[in-house]
Design a protein. Structure first.
Length: 622
């Protein structure tokens, strides 16, 4: 396929041969009318204009470039020149109205085109305006079917006139978010299908394997007018088109790609499109790898001084580079902006604020938490540089189990903070649906959105979604099992970090347990750990007076979350009383937490402070 040229390669010439040709044809027709009344005709005027038009087509000019890009024959070019002149020259409007015996009908009709080119060439001229003609395939002209066929009006789209007069504005009917893509490999195929999950990589591969060096990357137009504008813009600017398909190629798109064969096309989609949806033209398949952005691509997008701290695809890197200046050059904040929007409808964003010093765990559990961070950080080195297999994916799945309040959510937040990622806690009320298939659809949206940016996907109360499959006794059992099977498959193909938390590990399907890379059981803290947790939850900036954290930690068996609640309640009691946080406030805070948990307030537990519990009306037991 020959390379197309942009109209901008030639200087605009408002008084070009196409206007002169149109004027000559119309004036000749008007003079011929007058000759019938006795006036004299100047012979050869139209032939001279036709010769000038032919000569102009052989040299670079905006009109000749458009004609060449659209593969117009001489008859096509003459009809285009005539209709362009009638659109652009006000003096010719009156002549058209005069020829059609109606001054208000100042656009050419099909019948008038036949008359203007005479008996010998009229039929050939009007066929250049047929539905499958080159002019119509390139969306340069249109015919308004109103009234008898001979009365159908012929018009040139205003964008064509503007372009020939030197204006470079984009067609207003074009889809938003068009992108210019270039390649240094002009040889290629006129029609490609490109499949891959990385949009930017797909663009690169499409431009490399498709014929031409300049392309428009466009989302699928939403209307027939949008498709026509895309073809027209590509014809005028001399570019190929990369259409980025979400789910399916519309029928209108298939038809335009079949017809506009003067343009190089690439149909880019995440997965292979069905053959029935593809245009009826020879095509070549190109599969795109999911390789992450290279060091060179990172430096090109963000600058050589920005350390590569995140695993990003090329598409993610392009988005981050746009957000990077807006967040003051904070690469972590720019990465967090990747998933703003879609995922937040299904999950709650948690921006990490806690660090390793905020959690109290045994050494072996802390070592396991650190291993999750290390595995994520060094995945590139192990899988890419050292060649270890990432089958079925390079994703990381962790299971945190244990009673409520033992630090599962906090640990997830700390891991995310260490990796400079956000946590998205899946909202089961937004995901789980009573309608068949809706839960899987919502989960697919969550995984897709999570794949668009680096984050930690957190399933709290995981046993609700990852529960054991049961014997099928009715339709509900069957569809519940389908949901679990879907999640199993989706976890295997997900490349990110997933944390599942549950209070009831025994309820989780064993198939999930086999897919877990790190498993941590969070137990109730021992006495020493409880003392440390009390210290962490009574900040140094608070007014604290004679609070014995060692006695509190040893005496009361509470989870980390319970200790935090007791400490916060003690602080509010002190604030309301206008006093420092005292032992009395802490005891009353513990009593409130015990009561909430339904536990008895035994004198043996509270010892010498038991009278404080009685004083506030708390229940007691002997």
């Amino acid at each position: 396929m020959a390379s197309l040229a942009p109209v901008s390669d030639a200087a605009p010439d408002p008084a070009s041969a196409w206007i002169e040709f149109g004027r000559a044809v119309l004036v000749d027709a008007v003079v011929a009318r007058r000759e019938e009344s006795g006036d004299v005709v100047s012979p050869g005027v139209i032939e001279e204009a036709r010769a000038q038009l032919r000569a102009a087509l052989a040299h670079p000019s905006p009109f000749s470039i458009v004609a060449a890009n659209a593969r117009l024959a001489l008859d096509d070019a003459e009809v285009l020149a005539l209709t362009l002149a009638c659109e652009a020259d006000p003096d010719l409007h009156r002549l058209v109205g005069h020829l059609q015996d109606d001054p208000t009908r100042n656009r050419l009709t099909l019948g008038t085109v036949i008359k203007l080119f005479g008996d010998g060439r009229g039929a050939a001229a009007v066929l250049t305006l047929a539905p499958d003609s080159r002019l119509r395939r390139a969306a340069l002209v249109d015919v308004f079917a109103d009234g008898p066929w001979a009365e159908h009006a012929v018009t040139v789209h205003p964008s064509v006139v503007w372009a020939l007069l030197g204006d470079a504005s984009a067609d207003p009917d074009l889809p938003l978010d068009l992108t210019e893509v270039t390649s240094d490999a002009p040889d290629g195929h006129p029609l490609l299908t490109v499949s891959g999950h990385d949009r930017m990589r797909s663009r690169q591969e499409a431009a490399h394997h498709c014929a031409g060096t300049r392309f428009i990357a466009s989302p699928v137009p939403e209307s027939e007018a949008g498709w026509a504008a895309l073809v027209r813009e590509a014809t005028i600017t001399g570019r190929g088109v990369i259409v980025e398909v979400d789910d399916t190629l519309p029928v209108a798109g298939r038809r335009w790609i079949e017809r506009a064969d003067h343009i190089s096309w690439a149909i880019s989609s995440r997965t292979d499109l069905p053959i029935a949806e593809l245009p009826d033209r020879p095509w070549v398949d190109v599969a795109v790898s999911t390789a992450e952005a290279t060091d060179e691509e990172w430096a090109s997008a963000l600058g050589p001084d920005v350390e590569r701290t995140h695993r990003l695809t090329l598409d993610q890197l392009a988005k981050v580079s746009r957000a990077y200046p807006a967040v003051g050059g904070d690469i972590d904040a720019a990465v967090r902006r990747l998933v703003s929007g879609r995922l937040e409808h299904l999950a709650r964003r948690i921006r990490p604020t806690r660090g390793w010093d905020d959690i109290v765990l045994s050494d072996d559990r802390m070592e396991l938490l650190l291993s999750i961070v290390e595995r994520y950080r060094f995945a590139d080195q192990v899988f890419d540089e050292w060649g270890f297999s990432a089958t079925p994916s390079r994703g990381l799945v962790a299971l945190f189990s244990g009673p409520s309040g033992t630090g599962k959510t906090m640990a997830t937040e700390i891991i995310a903070g260490a990796l400079a990622l956000d946590v998205f806690k899946l909202d089961l009320s937004a995901v789980v649906s009573k309608y068949i298939g809706e839960t899987e659809k919502n989960l697919e949206q969550a995984f897709d959105a999570a794949s668009a940016g680096n984050l930690v996907l957190f399933f709290d109360e995981a046993d609700a979604l990852f529960g054991k499959r049961s014997e099928v006794k009715d339709a509900r059992d069957r569809y519940a099992n389908i949901e679990v099977s879907y999640l199993l498959q989706r976890l295997e193909s997900y490349d990110g970090l997933v944390v599942m938390a549950t209070n009831f590990e025994k309820n989780v399907d064993e198939a999930f347990l086999r897919r877990i890379h790190v498993r941590i059981e969070f137990a109730m803290p021992g006495a020493a750990e409880r003392c440390s947790i009390w210290e962490h939850n009574l900040p140094a900036t608070a007014p604290i007076q004679d609070v014995d954290v060692d006695w509190l930690g040893t005496q009361f068996e509470l989870s980390g979350g319970g200790i935090r609640n007791a400490a916060v309640h003690a602080a509010f009691l002190a604030a309301a009383a206008g006093s420092p946080i005292t032992m009395a406030c802490a005891i009353r805070g513990v009593a409130r937490e015990y009561r909430k948990l339904g536990r008895l307030l035994k004198p043996s537990d509270f010892g010498e402070f038991h009278h404080l519990v009685v004083a506030v009306g708390e229940p007691q037991t002997e």
